[in-house]
Design a protein around this ligand. Structure first.
Ligand code: GTP
Ligand code: MG
Length: 149
């Protein structure tokens, strides 16, 4: 199985969307194996978004997320990286379909509520950046056989 790094951004926390966001992954059949609330440092955010360091909005992006707190999570299950992006929607909430998290709850790209890794390689990098190995919980979900054939 594969894992994905998902983070509820400060606007998602402030707007009381943590529960509904978690529910969307849970009800799809994905398994939560790590979760913590934290105030991210500029250092971790610059590392997390290092591919965007040259973008004109980079400083605003780091300021936005560093207002904290955020909810950092690791979700596990089949095709979770690609399907996670589908559950989240497009980068710009106005381009996101209704029924996606950004499409249902957001209006602006600089307040787009949630992060999800864009590839399996980034997911692995981001999980290692945000979580220690002992913060990930391997547990048996007893509904697995009713989710997977
Ligand atoms: P993440 O899941 O947060 O990584 O978003 P993404 O993968 O959909 O987009 P990307 O990685 O390209 O950009 C990271 C984040 O930077 C976005 O989620 C936005 O919050 C922010 N961002 C991207 N493009 C713009 C932009 O044109 N203007 C502003 N203000 N922010 C942007
Ligand atoms: Mg991204």
């Amino acid at each position: 199985t594969i894992e994905n790094f998902i983070m509820i951004k400060p606007d998602g926390v402030q707007r009381g969307l943590c529960g509904v966001i978690i529910k969307r992954f849970e009800r799809k059949g994905y398994k939560l194996i790590g979760l913590k609330m934290l105030n991210p440092t500029e250092e971790i955010l610059k590392e997390h978004y290092k591919d965007l360091a040259d973008k004109p909005f980079f400083k605003k992006l780091v300021n936005y997320i560093s207002q904290g707190p955020v909810i950092a999570m690791v979700w596990e299950g089949v095709d979770i990286v690609k399907q996670g992006r589908r559950i989240i929607g497009e980068t710009n909430p106005l381009d996101s379909a209704v029924g996606t998290i950004r499409g249902d709850f957001g209006l602006e790209v600089g307040r787009n509520i949630i992060h999800g890794s864009d590839s399996v390689a980034s997911a692995n990098r981001e999980i290692n950046l945000w979580f220690k190995a002992d913060e990930l919980i391997q547990w048996k979900n007893h509904s697995t056989e009713w989710i997977y054939e």
